[in-house]
Write a protein that binds this ligand. Structure first.
Ligand code: GRF
Length: 201
C-alpha cells in the first residue's frame, strides 16, 4: 500500500517535527518524505538528518519576492508529490500562489485557541489577559493569517504567570495533537470540503 506522504516545513527547533518523526517512523500509513527549512541553522534540519529524511534549506533571502521563494519551495515539493504539506513552526507568510496550490492539503499548528490570539507571542498575551484556558489549534491554511478552517484543538488551564513555562505546557499539547490530526487526515477521518472541515470519526 502506498503510504500517505507528508512534507514538513520548518524554521526552527522542530520539536513538532520530532513528534511527527517519532509517531510515524514505523508507521504503515504515513511517511515523512521531506523537510524544508528557510533557516540554515534550524535544529529541525538536524532532526531530519538523524531520522534519514531528505531535508532542504531554501534561503528566502536569496529570492527577491515572496512569490519567487514560494515557487522555489513548490519546485522542491513537486519532487516528492506530498499528499499533505505540514507547517511546523514555519515562520514565513505564504503567498496566495502557494496557498492556492495546496489548498485542502496544507495545515498549520498554532499555539492558541484560535480564533483567539492570532499572530505571535501568544503565551505572554494569554497571561497578560488573565485567560483561564490556553491551547493549540491545527487548521487548514487559507489566504487569511491563522484564520483557516479548524481541524482540532486541545486546551489546558493556565496555571503559571511565566510565558516560558506556559509555552512548554502548550508544546506538550501540540506534540499529541499534531500527530493525531495528521493520522486522521491520512485516514480521511478529517478533510476539507467546500471550505469546511468534515470529520468522519
Ligand atoms: C509551535 O509552538 C507551533 O505552534 C508554532 O511554532 C512553534 C514551533 O515549535 N507554529 P517547534 O519548532 O516545533 O519546536
Amino acid at each position: 500500500m502506498t503510504k500517505f506522504n507528508i512534507a514538513v516545513l520548518i524554521s526552527g527547533n522542530g520539536s513538532n517535527l520530532q513528534s511527527l518523526i517519532d509517531e510515524f517512523k514505523s508507521s504503515q500509513l504515513v511517511n515523512i518524505s521531506c523537510v524544508i527549512s528557510n533557516k540554515e541553522e534550524a535544529y529541525g534540519l538536524e532532526r531530519a538528518s538523524i531520522a534519514n529524511i531528505d531535508s532542504h534549506f531554501i534561503d528566502h533571502k536569496e529570492y527577491n519576492s515572496r512569490e519567487a521563494f514560494d515557487e522555489a519551495m513548490i519546485v522542491q515539493l513537486d519532487h516528492y508529490k506530498p499528499d499533505l504539506v505540514v507547517l511546523a513552526g514555519f515562520m514565513r507568510i505564504l503567498s496566495d500562489t502557494f496557498v492556492d496550490k495546496y489548498m485542502g492539503r496544507l495545515i498549520n499548528i498554532h499555539p492558541s485557541l484560535l480564533p483567539k490570539y492570532k499572530g505571535l507571542d501568544t503565551h505572554k498575551r494569554v497571561i497578560d489577559a488573565q485567560e483561564e484556558y490556553h491551547g493549540a489549534t491545527v487548521h487548514y491554511v487559507d489566504n487569511t493569517l491563522d484564520g483557516g478552517p479548524i481541524c482540532a484543538q486541545s486546551s489546558i488551564k493556565v496555571t503559571t504567570n511565566n510565558p516560558k513555562e506556559l509555552q512548554k505546557d502548550i508544546h506538550k499539547l501540540e506534540h499529541e495533537l499534531y500527530p493525531s490530526v495528521i493520522r486522521d487526515i491520512s485516514e480521511q477521518k478529517i478533510y476539507l470540503s467546500e471550505g469546511k472541515v468534515i470529520k468522519n470519526k
